[in-house]
Write a protein that binds this ligand. Structure first.
Ligand SMILES: N=c1c2ncn([C@@H]3O[C@H](COP(=O)(O)OP(=O)(O)OP(=O)(O)O)[C@@H](O)[C@H]3O)c2ncn1[C@@H]1O[C@H](COP(=O)(O)O)[C@@H](O)[C@H]1O
Length: 114
């Protein structure tokens, strides 16, 4: 089997997932992650929605640096939301792996008509 090349992006997200897990249940006054998790899924989901909106605004009206920052905020809050719902990053990555090579256009065309 051919070895896969190193994947720094996946490493970064895996480290972030471990940090988020380590913060769960710690002092909310000392950790933003702990504070978010203590607020529950509803509040975290709301934050993800807000960060998604800010990312969209940056994409259409701001520079690359602003978009990069908002995208990082969005990914971070999404990772906290996954933790709050008990969905491991590996499950999301496995779903992306499963989709690899399937054209979005072909997949949509294969859906049963409603
Ligand atoms: N990547 C991040 C990260 N990105 C953004 N943020 C925080 O997310 C918050 C978002 O700011 P906003 O202005 O949108 O939100 P807010 O106004 O403070 O919140 P609201 O009360 O208005 O909802 C800020 O406090 C940012 O500092 C992050 N906080 C933490 N991390 C990572 O999580 C790790 C653990 O952080 P702590 O739990 O704080 O130790 C850190 O070492 C980082 O690796």
């Amino acid at each position: 089997m051919t070895a896969l090349p190193p994947n720094p992006a996946a490493d970064t997200l895996a480290r972030l997932e471990a940090t988020i897990a380590a913060r769960a249940g710690t002092d909310p006054d000392a950790s933003y992650v702990a504070r978010l998790l203590a607020k529950g899924v509803g509040k975290i989901a709301q934050k993800v929605g807000e960060e998604a909106t800010e990312t969209v605004i940056a994409a259409v009206s701001q520079d690359e640096a602003a978009l990069t920052g908002e995208a990082a905020d969005l990914l971070f809050h999404l990772m906290v939301l996954l933790r709050a719902r008990g969905v491991p990053l590996a499950a999301v990555l496995a779903e992306l792996d499963r989709r690899e090579g399937t054209s979005g256009i072909a997949e949509k065309a294969s859906r049963p008509r409603s």
